[in-house]
Design a protein around this ligand. Sequence first.
Ligand code: AMP
Length: 374
Amino acid sequence: MKTIKEANIYNKSVIIRFDYNVPVENGKIMDDTRIISSLKTLNYVLKSAKKVIILSHMGRVKDEEDKKKYSLKIVCDYLSKLIDKKIAFCDYTNVEETINNNEIIMMENTRFFDLDNNKESNSDEELSKYFASFGDIFINDAFGTCHRNNASNVGISKFLPSYNGFLVEEEINNLDKLLDNVKRPYTVIMGGAKVSDKLKVINNLIEKVDYLIISGGMAYTFLKVKGYNIGKSICEDEYIDYAKKLIKNYSDKIVLIEDNYIEDKSIKNIEEMDDNNIGYDIGPKTIECYKEIINKSKTVFYNGPMGLFEKGYEYGTKEILKLLNDSKAFVVIGGGDTVSAVNKYQKENHFTISTGGGASLEYLEGKKLPGVFL
Ligand code: AMP
């Protein structure tokens, strides 16, 4: 990876692409994690560069109305207070003048250009060149969009010497610990509702892991293959064949669930389920079984809630997070739902949180990310 430390930024105008796609409600930033995690790269560049020009997207911009909803001005003001420095905001009018007369400039949401033939999202060449004209060097530190080929993160890199920032470097280094020279035993825990979303990650990791815990809603497709009556629990019949093959080839690695909380919140062993039962969360026997595996693991990747935690079936997710936090393993947590469960139930933790969502999963699928410069 071409990292920021290799970049000669001294006295240069440095364009940095961050991921400031933060949730905003009633004019307030509800979660500033992404802003905070940009500070390391920003402060490093500010120390020696002549100028910093910040690019970012926010939300999906489909019509003029969205422009009001997704202006980055709010992030500009927030960041300016945070670093105690003036940041000029530029809505793409008087660009040259604004850049010439200021040291730190934040450009308006790059996705506003999507209103013109999706130029940002389609990595339009002219737009990429235009973004590149703002400075001398480009740093991409927007890990969350590294899997997308957009004008402001990948297109621009064709026209300038380009490097990755500290956040991208850290995220990739952490994910690499799940892919190469992994400390064993290595356990991957997959939960959530859908098999379809996780299939490619499973395919890429299955050869590397010692244990693959398939849990949460997606376990029922596999339990059905094993001949259990899963009643009306969530099941993706189109993945039955896939589940069959996986169980046949890797029966020594795959761990499913032994008991579950059902619709009336009572606990039932899997072999006792009837036609009308619905499994909504894993039970205490299952947790005991996972505990044994987690306690001997040195590396764990966890993605997807163990149950319908938003609707009161939070036991399994809470317990698994406790187990993981008590373990001495290197634990990486990925996925939007799982990260919100961590924030809800296990805020104090030693986890490595992979903030990338789609980007993290695509990397774990074995794909090359276009926003990571090699
Ligand atoms: P996914 O997007 O596939 O990771 O699924 C996440 C969702 O799966 C969360 O909203 C959970 O509430 C849901 N989920 C987890 N376990 C179950 C289950 N046993 N039945 C139904 N939904 C579940």
